[in-house]
Design a protein around this ligand. Structure first.
Ligand code: SF4
Length: 265
């Protein structure tokens, strides 16, 4: 049954929205874990190729990651949240690792997204097909930036996470592409119970957790203006000064939801 969420403006996802959703989606989050548990247990060579970018996710998966983030010690959660915002600001200018990756460790491993779990399980054929869609999306992104007078580098536009041959199934039956596709639909259906927020996250925030984090902190218009300014600057002055400045400004950023928000009230 579709729930009715008691949150004000149904166009923008705020810290308040996330708190309301976190407090009312215990069943959906438990069901999401049960879906994940049906995937085979795997081990990999931990080369972390798959972690060279933040994967797209459904809103329910984002909530699971935010819940995990909120349970961390203040210093760690603020540090990772700052990395998420930094990722949003600089990822069109350079390839930067998933912000949840610290050294070679995923800090939200138990709550990592379906995209992370399925990587290494897809067939080469299916993976190449998805990589083709991704390439098209990157090309149209490059055109949008060009309309603003900014040319993204080929390194960024051509970047693809390589096909993985290093994942080994430890427990449970290997799954094929059609089962993985069904699982992704099942997760999308669970997340759709969070409507209208599920659709708003997909359309307005292009299923990008880093975009959501930056807009919850700065507001949509300011976050976008800052991003354009930062990317332009990084591409014309490729030294670390601007990056260090960004890092300093967003370091220790309180989370706009969960424990940091409770402390502010
Ligand atoms: S969430 Fe974790 S497993 Fe997934 S890409 Fe990021 S660091 Fe890697």
């Amino acid at each position: 049954m579709m729930k009715k969420w008691n949150v004000g403006n149904e166009k923008v996802i705020t810290g308040d929205t996330i708190d309301v959703l976190l407090n009312s989606t215990h069943d959906e989050l438990a069901e999401l874990s049960a879906v994940y548990d049906r995937l085979p247990e795997t081990q990999c060579a931990r080369k972390t190729h798959c972690c060279s970018m933040l994967p797209e996710a459904t809103l329910l998966e984002v909530l699971a990651a935010f819940k995990r983030l909120g349970s961390m010690q203040e210093r760690q959660r603020r540090g990772i949240f700052a990395r998420i915002i930094e990722y949003f600001f600089i990822n069109p200018a350079r390839i930067t690792a998933c912000p949840f990756l610290v050294e070679t460790r995923c800090t939200i491993y138990e709550n990592r997204f379906f995209g992370c779990r399925a990587y290494g399980l897809w067939s080469k054929r299916h993976y190449d097909k998805m990589a083709g869609y991704n390439r098209q999306a990157k090309l149209s992104l490059g055109q949008q930036w060009r309309k603003m007078g900014i040319t993204l580098s080929d390194d960024v536009l051509d970047f693809q996470v390589p096909y993985c041959l290093d994942v080994e199934v430890l427990n449970g039956a290997m799954v094929d592409d059609s089962e993985l596709v069904l699982t992704s639909h099942e997760i999308a259906d669970l997340s759709a119970r969070l409507s209208p927020w599920h659709g708003i996250f997909n359309q307005q925030y292009v299923a990008d957790l880093s975009f959501l984090a930056a807009t919850m902190t700065y507001g949509i218009q300011s976050a976008l203006r800052m991003k354009i300014d930062i990317v332009r600057n990084l591409l014309t002055n490729p030294d670390r000064t601007r990056l260090d400045q960004i890092q300093k400004n967003i370091d220790n950023t309180p989370l706009p939801f969960g424990p940091d928000r409770e402390n502010q009230n």
